[in-house]
Unconditional design. Structure first.
Length: 270
């Protein structure tokens, strides 16, 4: 039987308990080896930040992952640190069983659909392969680990950056491809927080390893995305002292950069 896709928007719902406290449910179908994806958790917390702030869109987020929550209920506490006319800052803490799991700071604002980039020459080139030229990633990994989240999303990687799947990483530390949400669900500023962390670690194209846990994740949302899947470029930048930092760029279906981010993660090679 095929797993049932669950929309991302329903899976990151933050249900209010009080004006600043929320209850949410970590969905086991949005996990990797039973542990929730860091971007998925950040999107969930972003819902709480947008709910208490004066502005409807998350435009920046920075999260520190203290310990991974298990699937099941979590509590979110949101505090407005500053409410401004054009931007506000909100702190959100995720707790489970009385223990802090994730701490995040958000900046909220209002994105205008009619804005255009003034200068974008500092961006890396956008990948050119189309979705039908890329290979969908299954939910079963070569090690036998179930990546349940891949039954929810349609994540496709260019064959030229998929050497790790055949045991022959290219050594370039780069992944390129496309991401679509269940049943054609549209991306919004909050779900872009997930998109920036949706791809496998780019380090797989250097050396295939086990889990690469995120320690800190920073995301900037730059524009309202057009309908359709998003295109992703993910790069490893430096591996040193059992840590790796990666950069991720996300373009919408019109070719506009709508989000980008960086993260620091743990890694063990050899």
């Amino acid at each position: 039987m095929e797993p049932t896709p669950f929309s991302l928007v329903s899976s990151i719902a933050a249900n209010p308990l009080t004006a600043h406290q929320f209850r949410a449910e970590v969905d086991p179908e949005w996990t990797i080896g039973g542990k929730p994806n860091g971007g998925y958790l950040l999107a969930m917390m972003g819902r709480a930040a947008a709910a208490v702030g004066q502005h409807q869109h998350v435009i920046a987020a920075s999260a520190h992952y203290l310990s991974s929550p298990d699937p099941g209920p979590v509590n979110l506490e949101a505090e407005v640190l500053r409410g401004g006319r054009s931007a506000s800052q909100v702190r959100v803490r995720m707790e489970q069983e009385g223990r802090p799991r994730v701490e995040a700071l958000f900046t909220t604002g209002t994105l205008d659909v009619d804005t255009k980039p003034f200068w974008e020459a500092g961006l890396p080139p956008r990948p050119v392969a189309q979705p039908d030229e890329c290979l969908r990633i299954p939910s079963s990994s070569p090690s036998g680990l179930r990546v349940a989240i891949m039954d929810q999303v349609d994540l496709r990687i260019e064959p030229s950056t998929l050497g790790f799947a055949n045991g022959a990483p290219s050594g370039r530390g780069e992944l390129r491809g496309w991401l679509a949400l269940p049943a054609g669900e549209a991306f919004d500023p909050t779900s872009l927080l997930y998109a920036v962390d949706a791809f496998p670690p780019a380090t797989f194209e250097i050396e295939l390893t086990g889990w690469v846990p995120t320690l800190e994740l920073t995301v900037y949302v730059r524009a309202l995305p057009a309908p359709g899947p998003v295109q992703v470029l993910q790069r490893a930048q430096l591996i040193d002292a059992q840590r790796v930092d990666e950069a991720c760029y996300v373009w919408d279906s019109t070719g506009r950069l709508v989000a980008h981010g960086t993260q620091l993660a743990g890694i063990r090679l050899g």
